[in-house]
Design a protein around this ligand. Structure first.
Ligand code: EPU
Length: 418
């Protein structure tokens, strides 16, 4: 297993090109299974998660080529609609193949994902949504087996605007008979891009980017393969901006600045200077980092996927801040590790109270999930002295070339095998 070693306490300065969005490309890859053709996807980040999805598509029967960010998915011919436990347990987003597979094959067998590092993360909305679309659902040996000759459109209301359930149900409903309305749908840019991609394929979808998505089912034979450029990863960009506010001056390039509005607003509250062009955002560290409370929310609110990184910044703010995660109630596995670096943080339920300290100090720490790892990298870059971050395979799930990118900004950071 690899670890990342960081000699912290050094200022960062420069520009970094942001990769394509992990959480946009994964559902797009699943959606490619809907069409008996060859889909081209560009700006695909080379991540452990995209490689896992490639493996899954290949097991399902697609022929996949991936080189220099260009991905082709040839889903012509016979499809085997099974997603095995071995893959689904390593990446929950594998569950995205459920909707497209039922739609394409009339039947799908997809392993239940199980829990994850920060709690149960159920998939009940996905399953109940498919049931409402008239699929017969059974649980067999830990697998969801969904069957429907053709799904039938209906109205589905989510209790919470789940990103994954919205994506799965949209993909299933695209070829259902009649109209499907999803109420309280997710509005995240990644879901908007998925819907636009499906529309380009021939789907009839309206209300994209609003809480009510309407899908008029088309016959699956009407869908054709298309090309798409993946949107920039707003979470990777937000991670670098937060690092910049802690450590110097960083420009994130090739981004969609409006996707970063919520993090930019919060960074400005800290006193950081933020400026943007149509495709770049630059942040400059303030002399004194003001403490800023933050509550995560669905888009366009502050993303839960940046909560851990925000806490890392707040550890050295001049005062106390309160960070509340309303999306996941116990996504705080980074906190005991940040405390090992000298941070002062108390957690009660879904609320972290951070008291800023003058400095962090390097120590061995362990990463537990993708965003916790990013938080520890920021913490380690701030900390004086050496930090070893173990289990970095978590970071490789969601960040492309992270140490090269930070090194290009002046970080003293490298990878070693343990
Ligand atoms: N929920 C349910 N039942 C469901 C589905 C969700 O109760 O059937 C609850 C969840 O437990 C959670 C809330 O709804 O409390 C939101 O979960 P959501 O379904 O929106 O999350 P997701 O689709 O599983 C995606 C991202 C996550 C990101 C969340 C929230 C992908 C592949 N994953 O997960 O990204 O945190 O949305 O924005 O898009 C990451 O990239 O590190 C990551 C975890």
């Amino acid at each position: 297993m690899d670890k990342i070693v960081i000699n912290g306490g050094k200022p960062l300065k420069g520009s970094v090109k942001i990769s394509g969005a992990k959480n946009a490309v994964l559902p797009i890859m699943a959606a490619a299974l809907l069409v008996d053709g060859i889909t081209h996807v560009r700006r695909v980040p080379n991540l452990r998660d995209t490689r896992t999805m490639i493996k899954l598509l290949e097991m399902i029967g697609a022929k996949v080529k991936f080189k220099n960010g260009d991905l082709t998915i040839d889903a012509r011919g016979k499809i085997n609609p099974v997603a095995p436990y071995e893959l689904v347990k390593t990446m929950r987003a594998s569950f995205y193949v459920l909707g497209p597979l039922v739609s394409r094959c009339g039947e799908a067998k997809v392993s239940m994902p199980g829990g994850c590092a920060w709690g149960p993360r159920p998939v009940d909305y996905h399953i109940n949504g498919l049931k409402k679309l008239s699929a017969k659902i059974e649980l067999e040996g830990g697998y969801i087996v969904a069957r429907a000759k053709r799904l039938i459109g209906t109205t589905i209301r989510f209790d919470y605007p789940s990103v994954g359930a919205t994506g799965n149900i949209v993909m299933a409903a695209v070829t259902a008979e009649g109209q499907t309305k999803i109420e309280n749908a997710a509005r995240e840019p990644e879901i908007v891009q998925l819907c636009e991609f499906l529309k380009a394929m021939g789907a009839d979808i309206s209300g994209i980017g609003t809480t009510d998505i309407i899908i008029n089912g088309v016959d699956i034979s009407e869908l054709t393969a298309v090309e798409i450029d993946v949107i920039p990863d707003r979470i990777e960009a937000g991670t670098f901006l937060i690092a910049g506010a802690a450590l110097g001056e960083i420009t994130v390039q090739d981004v969609i600045p409006e996707h970063l509005d919520s993090v930019i607003d919060k960074l400005r509250e800290t006193g950081a200077i933020v400026s943007s062009t149509s495709s770049d955002v630059t942040v400059r560290k303030p002399d004194i980092i003001k403490p800023v409370d933050m509550t995560t929310a669905v888009y366009p609110g502050f993303a839960t996927d940046l909560q851990a990184q925000w806490i890392a910044l707040m550890t050295i703010a001049a005062g106390s801040s309160v960070i509340t995660d309303t999306v996941y109630h116990d996504r705080f596995s980074h906190i005991p590790e940040l405390i090992r670096l000298g941070a002062q943080i108390d957690v009660e339920n879904n609320v972290a109270s951070v008291t800023g300290v003058k400095e962090l100090k390097g120590a061995p720490v362990m990463s537990t999930d993708i965003r916790a790892s990013a938080s520890l990298i920021i913490g380690a870059l701030i900390a004086e002295g050496k930090t070893d971050i173990s289990r970095v395979y978590h970071i490789d799930r969601g960040y492309e070339n992270i140490e090269e990118k930070f090194r290009s900004l002046g970080a003293d950071m490298w990878r070693e095998s343990e």
